[in-house]
Structures are given as structure tokens and as C-alpha cells.
Ligand binder design. Sequence first.
Ligand code: ZN
Ligand code: ZN
Length: 350
Amino acid sequence: MRRLPVFFVLDVSESMVGDNLRKMEDGLSQIVRSLRHDPHALETVYLSVIAFAGKAETVAPLVDVASFYPPRLPMGGGTALGAALIHLMHEIDRVVIATTAECKGDWRPIVYIFTDGKPTDSTDIPISRWKRDYAHKAHCIAVAFGNYADLSVLRQLTENVLVFEETQGDSFTDFIRWVTASLTAQSRSVGNGSPGVQLAKIDDTLLKIIRDLPPPCPNLVDKDCVTLIGRCQKSHKPYLIKYDRANIHLETDYFKIDNAAYELSGCYPLDENYFAWTDDSNPNLKVNTGELIGTPGCPHCGNPSAFAMCACGGLMCIGSLGLAQCPWCGKSVNFENTDADGFDVHRGKG
Ligand SMILES: [Zn+2]
Ligand SMILES: [Zn+2]
């Protein structure tokens, strides 16, 4: 039986922290459960998962649907789509069996790329390599989550670019159903010689197809959310604070404010694995705390503020003012009340 290799290339950057990442994990389990009930898929579909943040790696090697176990997804800083494409091409070369004169190899692999951000690395060379050497022997479907993904880069990569926007509570479930239905259709249609890829019927309240090439996005940093990394003073464990962009518009008879600020969306515990998935090249992006609204507590020890900064630049949690020990540099820091307008902190690349 010829295999139909399916690669999921998933963005696990900081902007996916919290609900989105959990939904993606649940979504994968859901897809696999459904495919196991489909005789065609069960016989032909082989699944692999590649995760990418600042780096890209295979988190689930290519196996048949019956043996596939949905991986726990990591998280890291950065959206290295270029690195993800390089890794994907390497994996296709490594695991997909090519058809030769003597033997029939695998069916043309199908790649699903899910991302919600803008690439933080260079994608030009990997995309031209993909177009030259892989586009004719693999099907690629790119799905952008939300409004902030760089559609122009995705559209250069493939003609199949879709935007998914969560409009209601159950739209993600509907989206997962759509992916499953597409995969089922694809496993049935292999071998019929059609050059395009079969996609399930698209509900346009759920998914929008991008037909034209959108203008390029110039900025390398995801400006739609701000993420900051801190460490718990007590346990030294890392955490991630996420702020989402909020456009503040205030108008009275006396003044008018139009300001782009960032509102707290949550503070999430991380493990040390985060640093392994993060791009080391720190571009030293800074954000002024005056633009950030809301202070979270520490998700590890419950200290009321996870937003205290040592002179070394490291963020940490504190319980009260006074002396504290920095979990980054080990020095003692004395926290006092200041009425400064804000200070600069390092921010992640999203
Ligand atoms: Zn703490
Ligand atoms: Zn320090």
C-alpha cells in the first residue's frame, strides 16, 4: 500500500501561548481520532508534526494514523518560518519514498502550515528553493490564524492560503472538522492524477481564501502582541507575560487620545525547554512599560507582581517592596516605590 505522507508544520511561538496552543494539541487529537474511523485514511495516511518557534524540529515522526500519538507541543520565542521550511524539505528528502523505475513510492505529500505571526527569520531563499524543487512534488496548504499573520509570505509559498478567524466559541472545532474532511478527501483522491489538492467545502464565515498576492509586511517583529519573559524569585522557573494590542480611543470635550497600547492577556508558566526553542539572536527589542496596561501575578508562586525588573534587565516576581534576590543574576535588589513614567524592558519576538 502506498503511503500518503501528511506534514503538519505548526507555529508554536509566544503569541500562541495559553489557549491557542492547547486548542492546537486538542485539534491534532481530534483529527487523529476521526481519521482512525476512516478506512481510506487508516490505510494510506501517515502523519508527522514539525513545530517551529525560534527553531524548527520534528516533534512527531512520520507514522501511520493507527500508531500516531499526538505530541505535547513546545513553545519558544520567534517565528522562524524560514527554518521550518528548511527542516520540512530535509524531512521530505529523508522520509518520503520517491517513485523510481523499479518501485512505486509514496503519494505526493501534503503539508499543512499553521501560523499566526510574521516570520522573524529570512524566508526568501527557503521559499525559492521550495518553489523550484518541492512545489511540484508536494501539496501545501497554509492557514493563517487571525489577522496578524504575514499573508504575503504564505502566498509566495503556495496558492492555497486560507485565513481562519475565530468568530464564535466553536469555530475552532469547525475548523478542525474542515481539516479532517480535507484530509479524508485527500486520502480518497490520491492516485486520480489531479494536479491540485482536494480541500473540503469551505464555509466562508470560517475560512477566507486569499487569491491575490497581498502587499509585503516590512516589519520583522510581531507588533500585535508583546511577550515578556520573567523568572519566579522563589522557584527560579520562567514564565511568559503576554499583552495584546488594544487601540485606545478616548474623546471628551477637553481632550482626545488615540493610542496604541497593550493590554494584559495573561501570565503563563514555562519550563526551561522554552529557551531551547527560542532563537538566540536577540535583536534587543524593547518596549516601554508605559504602553503596557495591567500587571500580572506570578503563575509559579502567586506573588502579586510578576513585573519587577533587576538592574541586569531580568524580570522577576516580587511579593512586596524591599530586598529581593534576582533569579537571573543572583544579586540583591532593593525595590522601592518610584513614580517614573515607565521603564524599558526587553520583549520577545512573538
Ligand atoms: Zn514567583
Ligand atoms: Zn539581575
